[in-house]
Write a protein that binds this ligand. Structure first.
Ligand SMILES: [Zn+2]
Length: 218
C-alpha cells in the first residue's frame, strides 16, 4: 500500500543510492563538482516530465545549464530566461544554446486546438484570459493561427506547430542583446556561441536537429 509520501521517499532513497554509487566509482566527483561549474551547453526545453534533458542525452551533473518552461518558450520579456541566458553566456561561457521542443507537447496541442476553433484570443477557454497559462501561451497560439492548420490532420498539424514553435524561439533568441553581443565579442571564455533548434521524439527517444543553427555571421 502506498503511503502519502511514498513517491518522495522513493526519490530520497534513490538519491542516496545514486550518490553512493557515484562516490564509489569516482571518489572525487562531488568534491570537484562543489568547486564550480563549466557547462558547455544551455538547454532551453519544455517542462514536460517525459523530456528530462540530462537523462535523454546521457549527460552528467555539470554538463548542461538548464531552463525549462511550458512549451519551451523564449519570451523576450521573461526575466527568468533572460537572466539564465545572460549568466550562461557571459559568466559560465557556454558555447551552445539549444531550444528543444518535443512531439505531442501539451502546450502546443492547446494552442493548436485554440487556432482550430478560431478563437485565438484565449488559448484555454475554461480559464480567464488573465490566467498565467493563457498569458504564457498567447504568443504560440498567435503563431499557430498563422500556420494554416485548420484543416490538417491533428497529428500532422501538431508536429508542424512543434517545429515552428522551436524555430520561432530560435529567432527570438537570436535577437537578444546577449546573443548579438556574443556574436561580435564571443562568450566569457573567448569562444564563439551557436544557437540551435531541436525536437525530441517521445515515441522513439531520438532528438532531431531542425538545422536552423545560427552563429557569428550566419
Ligand atoms: Zn511540452
Amino acid at each position: 500500500m502506498s503511503t502519502p509520501h511514498s513517491h518522495l521517499n522513493r526519490l530520497l532513497s534513490a538519491n542516496a543510492q545514486w550518490a553512493n554509487d557515484v562516490r564509489q566509482s569516482e571518489p572525487t566527483f562531488f568534491k570537484d563538482s562543489a568547486k564550480g561549474q563549466a557547462p558547455h551547453t544551455l538547454w532551453i526545453g519544455c517542462a514536460d516530465s517525459r523530456v528530462p534533458e540530462s537523462v535523454i542525452t546521457g549527460s552528467r551533473p555539470g554538463d548542461l545549464f538548464v531552463h525549462r518552461n511550458i512549451a519551451n518558450q523564449f519570451h523576450p520579456e521573461d526575466d527568468s530566461v533572460l537572466a539564465v541566458l545572460k549568466y550562461a553566456v557571459d559568466h559560465l561561457g557556454v558555447e551552445h544554446v539549444v531550444i528543444v521542443g518535443h512531439t505531442f507537447c501539451g502546450g502546443a496541442a492547446a494552442c493548436l486546438a485554440a487556432a482550430q476553433s478560431g478563437n485565438t484570443t484565449v488559448t484555454l477557454e475554461h480559464l480567464p484570459p488573465t490566467d498565467p497559462l493563457n498569458r504564457w501561451l498567447a504568443p504560440l497560439t498567435q503563431l499557430t493561427s498563422t500556420l494554416g492548420v485548420t484543416s490538417a490532420s491533428n497529428d500532422e498539424a501538431l508536429a508542424l506547430v512543434v517545429d515552428e514553435n522551436v524555430k520561432m524561439q530560435v529567432d527570438r533568441l537570436s535577437k537578444t542583446p546577449t546573443i548579438t553581443n556574443a556574436w561580435v565579442n564571443k562568450n566569457s571564455k573567448g569562444k564563439d556561441v551557436f544557437i540551435h533548434g531541436w525536437v525530441y521524439d517521445l515515441a522513439s527517444g531520438k532528438i532531431r536537429d531542425l538545422e536552423v543553427t545560427r552563429g557569428p555571421g550566419q
